[in-house]
Write a protein that binds this ligand. Structure first.
Ligand SMILES: NC(=O)c1ccc[n+]([C@@H]2O[C@H](COP(=O)([O-])OP(=O)(O)OC[C@H]3O[C@@H](n4cnc5c(N)ncnc54)[C@H](O)[C@@H]3O)[C@@H](O)[C@H]2O)c1
Length: 418
């Protein structure tokens, strides 16, 4: 594993719970993160892996990838490292399980894609929300035609991250503990916040687009054709610094200008005529919700009010509690593995994404969330930035499959093994 920060540590749970995985090496620039990971590994009763880095060396991961005994690597580092680390791993024929975001620039995305195509090394984007229990139940509903022909989809990343993007740098108080970011801070506040200073776009599209793309069959008979984005004004992060006791108008961070609009709204149009709306909303007070909506000619699901309406089945103009639909259409994977997944991060879905990667790799099967999904979902960030920068212009969406989307058929969550 490269990157043993808070996400890497949480993914150790599902990884170490498996007897078919031997975690032989971990790498992080910071000793504190390596130590936290080693404590988890020790507690799980597993063999101590060799450690790399710990001394601030941002290139220690190259030594880890030079090992000849690795089948796979989990890349769990800040976004800017994903493309170079994935490319180097694929060149070394080490299968890649990459945390969400495939690269930063459009050329990064093409480089990751071309390397995967040339080397044939398996690459999976570890988009866990695709495996959420309700999300998979709705996939069953879509596939069984409950909503008729799909017309419109919505999703997003709507999560108040202010307490994550700022802290006081103390590993024991990673959340809501201050207004520092960058070198004085801890975990994501060290690097994620800087993206909100420098960039304006949908910085984190995959939790929303992943499920929507699977519903719409993107790269499996369908593709994104157009994209545009709007950004609201930016207030939330600046106000947070002003309002915290540790901050206030005289704190140096009160002078920082955040470019990232508080609400970034991206729309996509698909080849088969569906529209998709994504929202990135991480800087204002709000409860967590990814805001899914799946709407077809016969009805719709919305997750914010956990409701379904199906014409002919639901009372006219009335919502029904979605739970009875979740139960009826529960995905075979969840029926089979819910007990094993219990306790893993994010309500169990993190277990499924690790399981899918390992099982597909062992079977030599195509990755269920593959390179085309990875680069197209992740490129939404770059393209939304470009659209906003060019006056909210509508852009053609690149066809990363170069026409192959027409012939490919769906494979995601189509068996009860992974
Ligand atoms: N799928 C999810 O639900 C989910 C949740 C949280 C985070 N993430 C993703 O996981 C990734 C890591 O996020 P995090 O929350 O763990 O952040 P983090 O800051 O806690 O961890 C990142 C770690 O990478 C290390 N690092 C930085 N540069 C490195 C390098 N060159 N080589 C080796 N290690 C390096 C840092 O020291 C840090 O420990 C991000 O891409 C993030 O978006 C995904």
């Amino acid at each position: 594993m490269i990157g043993t920060g808070l996400r890497g540590q949480s993914q150790l749970g599902p990884i170490l719970s498996r007897d078919d995985v031997d975690l032989v090496a971990i790498c992080d620039t910071q000793q504190v993160m390596l130590d936290m990971a080693l404590a988890i590994i020790d507690k799980a009763g597993r063999r101590k892996p060799k450690t790399y880095g710990g001394n601030g060396d941002v290139n220690a991961w190259r030594k880890l990838l030079a090992r000849t005994d690795l089948d796979a690597v989990f890349i769990v580092t800040p976004w800017e490292w994903h493309a170079p680390q994935a490319i180097a791993a694929m060149e070394a024929k080490i299968a890649v399980a990459c945390e969400v975001v495939a690269g930063i620039t459009l050329p990064d995305h093409w480089d990751v894609l071309r390397t995967q195509q040339r080397t044939g090394t398996p690459y999976m984007l570890m988009e866990n929300v695709c495996y959420r229990r309700d999300v998979l139940a709705v996939l069953q509903m879509v596939r069984q035609g409950l909503f008729g022909e799909l017309i419109h989809l919505q999703g997003g990343y709507q999560h108040d991250l202010r307490g994550v993007m700022f802290n006081n740098g103390d590993p024991k108080q990673p959340y809501d503990s201050g207004v520092e970011f960058g070198p004085k801070a801890f975990s994501e506040a060290q690097w994620r916040t800087r993206h909100a200073v420098e960039r304006n776009g949908d910085l984190y599209p995959s939790h929303g687009i992943g499920p929507c793309a699977m519903y719409a069959g993107i790269h499996r008979g369908n593709r994104f054709t157009h994209i545009n984005a709007f950004a609201s004004k930016a207030r939330g992060l600046h106000d947070y610094i002003l309002e915290r006791l540790e901050g206030g108008p005289n704190h140096p961070n009160a002078k920082v200008v955040f470019r990232l609009g508080d609400l970034v709204t991206t729309t996509l149009r698909c080849e088969n005529g569906e529209t998709i709306l994504l929202q990135h909303d991480v800087s204002l007070p709000r409860p967590y919700s990814l805001g899914f909506r799946v709407q077809g000619t016969d009805g719709l699901w919305m997750d914010v009010n956990k409701s379904v309406h199906v014409e002919g089945r639901s009372p006219r103009h009335r919502w029904e509690d979605a739970q009875k639909y979740y139960d009826e259409f529960d995905h075979p994977l969840w029926r089979k593995y819910a007990d094993k997944a219990a306790g893993a991060g994010h309500g169990g879905m993190d277990w499924f994404v690790v399981h899918a990667f390992i099982e597909a790799l062992k079977a030599g099967d195509p990755m269920p969330i593959d390179i085309y999904d990875a680069v197209a979902w992740s490129a939404i960030t770059t393209l939304s930035e470009q659209s906003i920068a060019e006056g909210y212009r509508t852009l053609d969406f690149p066809d990363f499959t170069e026409g192959k989307w027409k012939e490919r058929s769906p494979i995601f969550a189509f068996n009860d093994r992974y």
